[in-house]
Design a protein around this ligand. Structure first.
Ligand code: NAG
Ligand code: NAG
Length: 703
């Protein structure tokens, strides 16, 4: 009979033991009894009984006979109790206790090598007569095995526990000495070592116990991990010794140090020669040191250092400079590029203002190098009434030289015939004074290209050669008049031309038509009249009282006139202009004629200036005849011949009386008024322009 009691086996966890999982978590407490048939009465003949006894694995079965009384015979030949373990006979019994006959087990327990047993009771029928033998009774129990004291298994796997063995009921547990850990096989121990994370820029790692031999059965992990942008270099020093089991052990099978670098094949080291310096080119390196349970490794020592990642030299750049210049460029080094003077930074076809780049943690430059291209100043600004020509250089590039000039002889620079500008490093065209404002072409005044001098030697009305009086304006306001060009947007005339004779009010602008550019009215009238922007009679001119005082006006044009042979301005009076009696001036107009008909071709006269007193006397005498005659003021002067005959007349009003000085004609007067025309003893009266220079300039500036 046997009983199996399932019992939960509670683990004992103590400090000195590592955590273990028992091999049998359920262990029945087991014992039992058996007895021969009819016991305690004599057993029958011809028996052949068997008992199979077993206790749980991990135990041995121990059988003890409490009583045995079997017919004795030699070698228990007739009746016997045989105890067997598998095919092995542990004992064959018969006889009685304390009897010399037979073979009695006595009180000695029988121990099965395993956890089961077989008991066979065999009797024969050859008993002579009834016997008194009563058979046997026995007790069996499970006996714990001390696995720890068993010899090592035959399979060469080493001791049951590589370090400490604890026998337990029905089983055993392994544990490890301090500093070691039980491996998952629950038998062997591994040294708890390494495990460090090394983040310093430099350090020393050694095998456990170095320079003493490394403990066996260990696995140590070391991780060197430094900042991105740095690489680790390992330097193994002597002595270096990791067991190497011979020439065939190329994989360092039993003891090894493995160096692992991300994304590369791990490298296993063993042998007795230091691998020396290993540049890893990585910021992260794992070391794993392994020894198995046998052998000898004296260990190793490594000194690791870190280096900043290096970038390739950025190289040279033409027409520029890379700064700073280092023999080598490392992580976080910055470079700048500056182009030589006259060059600009270009990248991907575009100009950039500045360039810098940095060596990155992966050893690449952040941005590739730019290029330096010659700067250019762009097309030079065009010069109004002038031109620009290239003297040297191409494509407006740095150091190109251009020359500005004006359209001579109608326009000129303030000084000189031309001015050179050079393309400067700041991409501006500059003259030799570093001035980048382009020059200005000023109209040349009072320089007609055609001359009257050779054609006309006599004083008197004559047809004007084309271009001899290029300032002459044909003014039409309902009646004929004249004016003179004095600026590219300004005409000078008599104020009375701009007032309606009847209403005494200013003529509307659209009724004022001004023509320039020819000596023939027929041709002039085919031109577009100049478009007028505004009328500026002198503020003191009084159109109501017919005094002709301040008989001066300016007309502003909407568009500047481009001057040519036929249209050129007359100069304003120079500083300190002289009105010397007898000096001959020129007056031109479409009203001048010797007969009383109106001229369609421009005529001119040469008239001398008349002494102011003489003229005043002449006028006074006229005033006696007619009270309508205005008086001569200081704003007027007279010109003409005492004998009369040559004079300006009504159609000439507003035209200029030009004096010539230093080869230049200037506006001395404006045809203003007279008493009849060309009558003996009378003169033409002209507005004295010199008195109005300030007003003229002010009006021109302010409008
Ligand atoms: C490696 O270490 C040895 C011994 O400390 C030293 O002499 C040698 O200069 C080191 N090599 C490098 C590249 O650091
Ligand atoms: C302009 O440059 C040309 C050529 O370099 C030179 O011959 C000339 O004299 C210069 N003109 C002036 C006004 O500087």
């Amino acid at each position: 009979m046997s009983w199996i009691y399932p019992i939960i086996w509670l683990l004992c966890a103590c400090d000195c033991w590592s955590t273990v999982i028992p091999r049998r978590s359920i262990m029945p407490v087991l014992h039992g009894e058996l007895e021969s048939p009819l016991y305690p009465r004599p057993y029958p003949d011809s028996l052949s009984e068997q008992w199979y006894l077993s206790v749980p694995a991990g135990y041995q079965l121990q059988l003890t006979f409490t009583h045995l009384d079997v017919e004795p015979s030699a070698d228990c030949y007739y009746d016997s109790v045989t105890v067997m373990y598998e095919q092995k006979v542990l004992g064959k019994f018969c006889g009685q206790e304390n009897s010399a006959e037979g073979r009695h087990p006595g009180r000695q327990p029988i121990l099965s090598p395993g956890n089961h047993l077989r008991v066979i009771f065999h009797t024969d029928d050859s008993n002579a007569g009834p016997h008194q033998h009563i058979g046997f009774s026995a007790f069996y129990q499970a006996i714990d095995i001390d696995e720890c004291s068993l010899p090592d298994p035959d399979d060469g796997s080493g001791p049951l526990c590589s370090q400490i063995c604890h026998n337990t009921l029905g089983s055993y547990l392994c544990s490890c000495r301090h500093g070691y850990e039980l491996r998952p096989d629950q038998r062997t121990c591994i040294l708890h070592c390494g495990g460090g994370l090394y983040t310093e820029a430099e350090g020393v790692l050694t095998s456990p116990g170095y320079p003493l031999p490394s403990p066996l059965g260990m696995s140590c992990q070391y991780h060197i991990s430094v900042e991105l942008g740095f690489t680790v270099t390992l330097n193994f020093t002597e002595p270096f010794h990791i067991e190497d089991t011979g020439p065939d052990d190329s994989n360092c099978l039993h003891h090894w140090l493995q160096v692992s670098i991300p994304e590369r094949e791990p490298m296993r080291l063993c042998g007795d020669e230091s691998p020396g310096v290993i540049p890893t080119q990585s910021n992260s390196v794992q070391l794993e040191y392994r020894t198995d349970s046998t052998g000898l490794s004296r260990g190793w020592k490594v000194h690791y250092t870190t280096q900043r990642v290096q970038c390739e030299s950025p190289g040279k750049i033409s027409n520029g400079k890379v700064t700073p210049s280092f023999p080598q460029y490392l992580y976080r080094d910055y470079i700048h590029v500056r182009c030589d003077t006259g060059y600009k930074l270009m990248m991907g076809g575009k100009e950039i203002q500045s360039y810098f780049s940095v060596c990155q943690s992966d050893g690449q430059w952040l941005i590739p190098l730019p290029e330096c291209h010659l700067i250019d100043c762009g097309d030079p600004s065009p010069l109004l009434n002038g031109g620009v020509s290239f003297l040297s250089g191409t494509k407006n590039q740095y150091h190109s030289v251009i020359e500005y000039h004006c359209n001579e002889p109608f326009y000129s620079l303030v000084d000189g015939v031309s001015v050179n500008y050079t393309c400067a490093a700041d991409r501006k065209w500059k003259d030799h004074r570093n001035n980048y404002i382009i020059p200005k072409c000023f109209p040349v005044c009072g320089h007609p290209t055609a001359s009257t001098m050779k054609l006309q030697r006599i004083l008197g009305g004559a047809t004007a050669p084309a271009g001899a009086f290029p300032w002459q304006v044909f003014l039409h306001t309902g009646s004929r008049g004249g004016a003179a060009v004095v600026g590219d947007q300004w005409l000078l005339t008599a104020a009375h031309n701009l007032f309606d004779g009847r209403s005494n009010s200013l003529i509307p602008m659209d009724r004022v038509k001004a023509y320039v550019g020819d000596i023939d009215i027929q041709k002039l009238l085919r031109f577009q009249p100049l478009s007028i922007a505004s009328l500026h009679p002198h503020p003191n001119y009084n159109s109501k009282e017919i005094s002709y005082n301040h008989d001066i006006a300016l007309i502003k044009l909407q568009q500047p006139i481009t001057f040519n042979h036929n249209v050129m301005p007359l100069c304003l009076p120079p500083k300190g202009a002289k009105y010397t009696t007898g000096t001959v001036g020129f007056v031109s107009g479409f009203g001048l004629t010797e007969s009383d008909t109106i001229s369609n071709i421009l005529k001119y006269l040469r008239l001398p200036l008349v002494d102011h007193t003489v003229c005043g006397a002449s006028i006074d005498s006229q005033r006696k005849l007619s009270s309508d005659v205005p008086s001569l003021t200081d704003n007027m002067f007279c010109a003409g011949f005492p004998e009369g005959g040559r004079d300006t007349c009504s159609g000439d009003s507003g035209g200029a009386f030009a004096l010539r000085e230093n080869d230049q004609y200037w506006a001395a007067g404006i045809v203003s008024w007279g008493i009849n025309c060309g009558v003996q003893g009378t003169y033409g009266i002209y507005t004295r322009v010199e008195n109005y220079v300030d007003w003229i300039k002010k009006t021109m500036e302010q409008n």
